[in-house]
Design a protein around this ligand. Structure first.
Ligand code: SF4
Length: 457
């Protein structure tokens, strides 16, 4: 049982379906979307998904290199897969994503069992590489980054991921030209380039036909969408067009760089009924000098003004953020400014990290690095404050009723259903049955750090 590859061609044809794949994903939504595209390609080849590594014929790791932890996890997963491959030598193991792009063929140096490494712009080459590996071509890699704005904008067709999800990611742009001094993304995902409006709309229409109800538009900075198009289009215009696609109930997007958050976009969010009242606005620091050293190109006055503009246009909006503490040279006073900003702006939630020097980035070479213990102390203090704010905000919703898009049974309790509010907060409530994809009203009875418990109205 197996599938046949035709040499000298990028096509592949199935003779039988008896092969399984497993994908491990770490990192941001971009990596999750890469994983969904890879799953789609593999399912078109006739592979079927499994959750059990021991029964997989093919294991793909989609990795992040923005934080240290995902890299460590991916490398330790590779060690586990090596052991499995010892008893199943025909198993194919590949690494994709940012870490693959950053480390390239070096990844194989101490891992002779690795079969392929594929960079962030080469996902569509995976079937071809697998065919070649099957023909005993040995280790292969595909790591070229796009040189022109139009390169690598083809999104492989999706075949649906694990089951009938009601949600999907839709990349609207790739790469980033901002070069924040701590971030490796511009080096591993290439120059900023936007997809054509018609391609995005056509993909959203396809997803709607597949039964998807909620889409999340992805880009490293969606606010600068369209700059590389021949007929430049603003992200606000794109949102208005997607709002008109039948069948889609909710539209989300991420991530928004504060420097490019325009009034035009805020108005589009407020005026388009399907665009949800949630924005992830990555603030990073509450200190102007640190922001300058991070090359973020905004100051805290701008952040305060934009948050206030968002809240006056959409009083029930949820605003989430990122904080990066312990940037090289950050003083106690500068950290206090971040604590003050977090306390003043009261974000609904935050991803909080300690600075981690990443090779290639400007901040990695700075001589005034902060010690691990100070970074951890500051991080813990900020987490404590933010968790307290998140709980207070969620407690204040008790008694209110929200429309919840049901995703299915709660993974922790089969007698409960789980779903999201338009503000992107999880709600668990008693119920069962196949009603995923329906939107119902739920009254909140408990507020928690993760979201809510409620009852169906
Ligand atoms: S905007 Fe800055 S933090 Fe975001 S991906 Fe680009 S370089 Fe990285």
């Amino acid at each position: 049982m197996g599938w046949v590859c035709y040499p000298n061609s990028h096509s592949y044809t199935m003779t039988a379906v008896d092969r399984k794949f497993i994908i491990f994903t770490w990192g941001c939504q971009m990596n999750e979307d890469d994983a969904e595209q890879i799953a789609g390609l593999l399912m078109q080849m006739g592979y079927s998904p499994t959750q059990i590594a021991e029964e997989a014929d093919l294991a793909v790791l989609v990795t992040c290199s923005v934080r240290a932890k995902p890299e460590q996890k991916a490398k330790s997963k590779l060690g586990e897969l090596r052991v499995i491959k010892e008893s199943n030598p025909s198993m194919i193991i590949g690494v994709c994503g940012c870490m693959a792009q950053k480390e390239g063929e070096q990844l194989r140096k101490h891992r002779p069992y690795l079969d392929f490494v594929v960079g962030t712009a080469n996902i569509s080459r995976i079937p071809d590489l697998i065919c070649q590996i099957q023909r005993k071509r040995g280790f292969l890699s595909s790591l070229e980054l796009p040189r022109a704005p139009k390169d690598a904008l083809i999104v492989p067709k999706r075949a649906g991921r694990y089951g009938e999800s009601i949600k999907s990611f839709v990349p609207v742009m790739y790469g980033c030209d901002n070069f924040c001094s701590y971030c490796v993304v511009p080096f591993v995902r290439g120059k900023e380039r936007s997809r054509e409006v018609r391609d995005i709309i056509s993909e959203v229409e396809q997803l709607s036909k597949m039964g998807r109800k909620e889409i999340t538009l992805l880009g490293q900075n969606v606010n600068s969408y369209g700059a590389t198009l021949q007929e430049p289009t603003k992200f606000a215009q794109l949102l208005r067009k997607i709002n008109d696609v039948d069948g889609i109930q909710r539209i989300r997007f991420t991530t928004s760089h504060p420097k490019d958050l325009s009034d035009d976009l805020i108005n589009a969010m407020a005026e388009t009924p399907k665009v949800c009242e949630h924005i992830h606005l990555a603030v990073q620091s509450g200190d102007d000098d640190i922001l300058e050293q991070m090359n973020r190109r905004y100051d805290t006055a701008h952040i305060r003004e934009r948050v206030s503009a968002l809240r006056s246009a959409m009083p029930d909006i949820a605003i989430t953020t990122d904080f990066l503490v312990g940037f090289p040279g950050e003083t106690e006073d500068q950290f206090e400014n971040t604590v003050r900003l977090a306390g003043d702006l009261r974000f609904d939630a935050a991803f909080m990290f300690a600075f981690n020097p990443i090779p290639k980035t400007a901040a990695a070479d700075k001589s005034n690095q902060i010690s691990e213990s100070v970074k951890n102390q500051r991080l813990n203090r900020l987490i404590k404050l933010q968790n307290c704010i998140t709980c207070e905000i969620n407690d204040a919703s008790i008694g209110k009723t929200y429309p919840v898009l049901i995703e299915g049974p709660s993974p922790r309790d089969p007698n409960r259903l789980t779903g999201l509010t338009r503000q992107n907060k999880t709600v668990n409530f008693p119920g069962s049955g196949e009603i995923s994809g329906q939107q119902i009203d739920v009254r909140i009875t408990e507020g928690h750090l993760y979201g809510f418990v409620g009852v169906r109205v």
